[in-house]
Design a protein around this ligand. Structure first.
Ligand code: F6P
Length: 349
């Protein structure tokens, strides 16, 4: 069988491990021929692909990023895009497509599936916000990176008796902030799911410092915002910038800097901010993510060979299952708030 594979959206540690698993399992187990489209859906629209051979995948397992390249190209952003994508895949003789991506990339696969594409999705995103799977590969690595950064921020914050605000990724959800906040012993964790009161944050920091702890670590998701009023307006103006991408997303960033300045102004405590940004996306995947990525890749090939299209492979209860793409896309998997309310709460403030 001739199988196409692509990686779309923001890159993520473990993408290459999935590619390797698809190529090796496809070739060695089923005798498949695999071609990789370059730069996500853009490669399909421009008919740019490369043959992928099992013998050439040796160094992929531990390599960060994606050797196929990625983009946020949306075929549905142009009138003839969807049909062009289907025609190009047909002309290339692609009988099934493994799409590795987040909500946007898999949303395109689902919509093209309605038009006849035989697609299987693999859930990717450091944000861990894809519905239907308990965890996406890349999340574990991003949390590890953010936790190591918070560990380092703790010691310099203590030395200088400062408040340090650490901004982590998470456009719609606070999974990275919460996991890294718990693992790094943060004093405040602010997430998009729970709009925050700047005044209350400052009060807790002041109370904490009056109790004799002269440093604080605040972890904030890039998508977190104050609840309402002038703070919301000011923070919104400080955080989204530039044109939106083809899926309608503005570039985020800046809440950490804004919040650190507000904390210093309102409490009088010297405050600094650090934005971890793409450091969380780059680099080699953890062992957990390598294993999960490999399981997903092998399972995607099995799904193709069983003719189970329009599905996404997923992790549930420790097992790999398949969920309909139509159920998985379009609504982010928001944070399990018990993590904040029950697990993190005793350590915050
Ligand atoms: O992949 C998701 C994500 O990491 C979001 O958390 C973040 O807002 C976005 O990607 C950043 O994307 P870009 O690399 O296009 O700036």
């Amino acid at each position: 069988m001739r199988i196409g594979v692509l990686t779309g959206g923001g890159d993520c540690p473990g993408l290459n491990a999935v590619i390797r698993a698809v190529v090796v399992a496809g070739h060695r187990v089923h005798g498949d021929e695999i071609i990789g489209y370059l730069d996500g859906w853009r490669g399909v629209l421009e008919r740019r692909s490369v043959p992928l051979r099992a013998s050439r995948t040796g160094d992929l397992l531990a390599k960060g990023g994606t050797v196929l390249g990625s983009s946020r190209t949306n075929p549905f952003a142009s009138g003839d895009g969807p049909q062009r994508a289907l025609d190009n895949l047909a002309e290339d003789g692609v009988e099934a497509l493994v799409a590795i991506g987040g909500d946007d990339t898999l949303g395109v696969a689902q919509r093209l599936g309605v038009m006849g594409l035989r697609a299987v999705g693999v859930p990717k995103t450091i944000d861990n916000d894809l519905w239907g799977t308990e965890v996406t590969f890349g999340f574990h690595t991003a949390v590890q990176t953010a936790t190591e950064a918070i560990d380092r921020l703790q010691t310099t914050a203590e030395s200088h008796h400062r408040v340090i605000v650490c901004e982590v990724m998470g456009r719609h959800v606070g999974w990275i902030a919460t996991y890294a906040g718990i693992a790094g012993g943060a004093d405040e964790v602010l997430v998009p799911e729970v709009p925050f009161e700047v005044g209350a944050v400052c009060e807790r920091i002041t109370h904490r410092h009056e109790r004799g702890r002269y440093s604080s670590i605040v972890v904030v998701s890039e998508g977190a915002l104050p609840a309402a009023g002038a703070d919301l307006e000011a923070a919104t103006a400080a955080t989204s910038s530039g044109p939106v991408d083809q899926f309608g997303h503005a570039q985020l960033g800046g809440i950490g800097a804004w919040l650190a300045a507000e904390i210093q102004r309102r409490t009088g405590y010297e405050s600094r901010h650090t934005t971890l940004g793409h450091i969380q996306r780059g680099g080699t995947p953890t062992a957990f993510d390598r294993v999960l990525a490999t399981r997903f890749g092998v399972a995607a090939v099995a799904s193709v060979h069983e003719g189970d299209f329009g599905t996404m492979v997923a992790l549930r209860g420790g097992r790999i299952v398949r969920v309909p793409l139509a159920e998985a896309v379009g609504h982010p998997k928001t944070l399990d708030l018990t993590l904040l309310d029950e697990v993190a709460a005793p350590f915050l403030g």
